[in-house]
Design a protein. Structure first.
Length: 447
């Protein structure tokens, strides 16, 4: 087969792959809008008492959030993460939950998780997901009130969500509504950086999900309900070319060099795959030249070369984000085909690393959103619509969404998450807790 005919065959393959990817993404064309859900179910007398408890204890709840934020708990501060767990553990115990600190193997390098469980026979089996770790920590990241906002590491993401879980359950306990319920609270210790052994760390969460019916996660409230989240995967590209004098770079039988081949590959990724909804791929780092070093564990490297030498080596690395496993696999297939269509005198290979799985939209997830919408309307907080999955990255709930119905974004409102300027909107804590309490109540008291 001549190089020209090979190129034509490859273009046909790429066209077919792109067509399949487009068809796959049509299923996720536009997030459904839930402004026209069924009429809100009015608050019962018991639900009014639950709501009133939340309102009465708002100052106490904010004070508890301050205590949690003031325990530094960056993911790699193992003692700090455990310290936040110790703060919450007696609170859940007082509500009748059996608590357990789940330690992880030393090789994982993470603190572990706090699980709390009530075993009963009433209603849906619920899994409530939060996390104890933060991105930043230190004395400058302590809780500081700023009028209707408060600063501090994890104030919104997601110690704010954790206290929503706790005080929603306290409100339910105040009217005896926890009696007989089946609820597991899973506060993970490494959501912000689960590391390469993330599947080991997530196994306890997956095990609990397999014996639950519904997962509710309390990441930040983005103004709409999260029924789908994109997953992410890593990729690494290695390109080689024949080192030679630069004067022969376009000559027959000579090498185009590793840099031209890497540029061709990355640009062809963009040309063939960038129009797929919810599919993105970002080259994060690239090094190339004559003398190249690259450390994949640190995602860093060095490069040197000369103007008159055809570059023999390139390393590039990035991420790939997707809405479903099917979309991920088809994207990888297309990327491999692009990499395989080498320029003369070059070779290239691409490898992929599994990261956070996707949480695709399902009928069950949409039904949960409709229930949240009904609760929000009944509380006078207005309708809840579906959030565009493109606005949300990976999260712990994605690891379990294959096993049960799932809904995320039930936490507080904030801004500046994953930066030293993180803020929580204190006015959002009460409404988020009211919604969570009544959502849990209706799920556990459905007949």
């Amino acid at each position: 087969m001549t190089p020209l005919s090979k190129s034509r065959v490859t273009r046909v393959r790429l066209a077919r792959i792109s067509a399949v990817l487009c068809a796959t993404c049509l299923s996720y064309a536009s997030p459904p809008i839930f402004g026209q859900t069924s009429g809100a179910q009015a608050l019962s007398t018991t639900e009014q008492k639950i709501r009133d408890y939340v309102r009465k204890h708002e100052a106490e709840q904010i004070a508890f959030l301050e205590r949690a934020v003031n325990i530094s708990s960056g993911t790699f501060n193992l003692a700090g993460v455990r310290g936040v767990g110790r703060l919450f553990e007696p609170e859940f115990s007082s509500l009748g939950f059996q608590t357990q600190w789940i330690a992880l193997p030393d090789a994982v390098g993470r603190a572990g998780h706090l699980f709390a469980e009530r075993k009963g026979r009433r209603g849906k089996r619920l899994l409530l997901i939060g996390h104890l770790d933060t991105v930043f920590e230190g004395e400058s990241e302590r809780f500081v009130r700023l009028d209707t906002l408060a600063a501090g590491a994890g104030s919104a993401d997601m110690k704010g969500g954790d206290v929503v879980v706790l005080y929603a359950l306290k409100a339910l306990e105040s009217v005896g509504a926890l009696d007989g319920t089946r609820i597991v609270v899973a506060f993970m210790g490494d959501e912000e950086d689960a590391g390469p052994l993330h599947l080991v760390s997530r196994q306890p969460l997956i095990d609990v999900a397999k014996r639950s019916d519904v997962a509710l996660a309390f990441e930040e409230d983005a103004g709409k309900g999260t029924v789908a989240r994109r997953g992410f995967s890593g990729w690494q590209l290695v390109v080689t070319g024949r080192q030679a004098h630069s004067s022969g770079i376009f000559s027959p039988g000579s090498s185009y060099g590793a840099i031209y081949e890497a540029a061709r590959i990355l640009n062809t990724f963009r040309e063939h795959l960038s129009n797929q909804q919810y599919l993105t791929f970002n080259p994060a780092v690239i090094v190339g030249g004559t003398d190249v070093t690259y450390d994949s564990s640190k995602i860093s490297g060095t490069a040197a070369g000369k103007d008159n030498i055809i570059a023999p080596k390139v390393y590039a690395r990035g991420d790939l984000r997707f809405i479903s496993q099917d979309q991920l696999l088809k994207a990888r297939e297309a990327m491999r085909a692009i990499v395989a269509d080498h320029l003369p005198g070059t070779t290239a290979s691409i490898t992929f690393e599994d990261g956070n799985p996707a949480m695709p939209p399902t009928k069950g997830n949409l039904a949960l959103l409709a229930l949240e919408d009904s609760v929000s309307r009944a509380l006078g907080q207005g309708p809840v619509e579906a959030l565009d999955p493109g606005r949300r990255g990976g999260g712990d709930i994605s690891y379990v969404s294959d096993y049960l119905d799932a809904l995320d974004g039930l936490g507080v409102k904030g801004k500046g998450s994953h930066t030293p300027d993180e803020r929580v909107d204190l006015r959002s804590i009460g409404p988020a807790t009211e919604r969570a309490a009544l959502l849990i109540y209706r799920l556990t008291h459905q007949r």
